[in-house]
Design a protein around this ligand. Structure first.
Ligand SMILES: C[S@@+](CC[C@H](N)C(=O)[O-])C[C@H]1O[C@@H](n2cnc3c(N)ncnc32)[C@H](O)[C@@H]1O
Length: 266
């Protein structure tokens, strides 16, 4: 298992790991208010602490059309919510890898898998920028609101491409900028308020990067934009009035959105 020692992490990765370590450590006490992308039936089948630490911006499995026997990699699996649901879909002949850099999240994910009685999953410690799997190891790469956190988004996409087998699919939920005309300072401020501390890609940037790497059928489908009111409420709750002051309500209104991103490796 690849160990992610503090020395190999950037400052930003260390900050992110600390944050999600604390989320995992608090799993039983958290409510599961952030799980609205999942059906009631999905929620009922999952351990409570897989739901309470859910921090996704979509439900990638609702768009991945997994088939029995497929091998799936979840980039930044957190408490394992999508890993556990994917395991049901691929059955015993398939397998799911959950990759995360945060030990506390991985421990929680393993406990959740044991509680759910799921056997065909492996949780791996490592970075999404340097995936500890062989070339062509999986048929599908999924991820839920993690790539935006990276300060090396192009590396993540190249690594996803590398570990996909020919014919493999990339089906990811992430946050994107749908109004590229937003001035850079506002773009940064809005992204930080939403928790995307390393900024977000525009729809065009995402598509261009993936196409350049070699993905085919690239599509970025925004499905849930962030109204000004939500951005303002969140900034105030988080004590980020300075960032709020940098934003023009009209320009920032619905500039960021949750999206599904699709691509195939020919
Ligand atoms: C926003 S949470 C999403 C978790 C999960 N996908 C979900 O939907 O609940 C981000 C997760 O990605 C992990 N993560 C963030 N940056 C990472 C990186 N560069 N490499 C590996 N894991 C990372 C964090 O530890 C955390 O568990």
């Amino acid at each position: 298992m690849a160990e992610v020692g503090a020395a190999t992490l950037s400052q930003s990765q260390r900050r992110i790991r600390e944050h999600y370590g604390a989320v995992a450590g608090n799993a039983e006490a958290l409510d599961n208010s952030q799980i609205h992308h999942y059906s009631r039936s999905e929620q009922q089948r999952l351990p409570y602490s897989a739901c309470s630490v859910s921090r996704g911006c979509g439900n990638p499995l609702s768009r991945a059309a997994l088939k029995p026997g497929e091998r799936v990699l979840d980039l930044g699996c957190g408490g394992g919510i999508d890993v556990l649901l994917a395991a049901e879909q691929v059955g015993r002949s398939g397998c799911i890898y959950g990759l995360d850099m945060t030990s506390e999240m991985l421990e929680l994910a393993r406990r959740n898998a044991a509680q759910a009685g799921v056997k065909n999953v492996s949780f791996i410690q490592g970075l999404i920028e340097d995936i500890p799997l062989a070339n062509g190891a999986v048929d599908v790469v999924i991820s839920n609101c993690v790539i935006n956190l990276s300060d090396e988004k192009a590396s993540v996409l190249r690594e996803a491409w590398r570990v996909l087998a020919p014919g493999g699919r990339f089906v990811v939920a992430d946050v994107v900028l749908v109004r590229p005309e937003l001035p850079p300072a506002m773009r940064t401020a809005a992204a930080i308020i939403l928790g995307c501390t390393n900024g977000v890609l525009t729809v065009g940037e995402y598509e261009a990067l993936m196409t350049e790497i070699g993905f085919e059928g690239v599509l970025v489908e925004a499905h849930h934009s962030t109204p000004w009111q939500r951005l303002e409420d969140k900034a105030k709750r988080q004590g980020q009035n300075d960032l709020l002051a940098d934003l023009d309500p009209q320009l920032a209104h619905e500039a960021l959105a949750a999206a599904y991103i699709f691509g195939e490796k020919p």
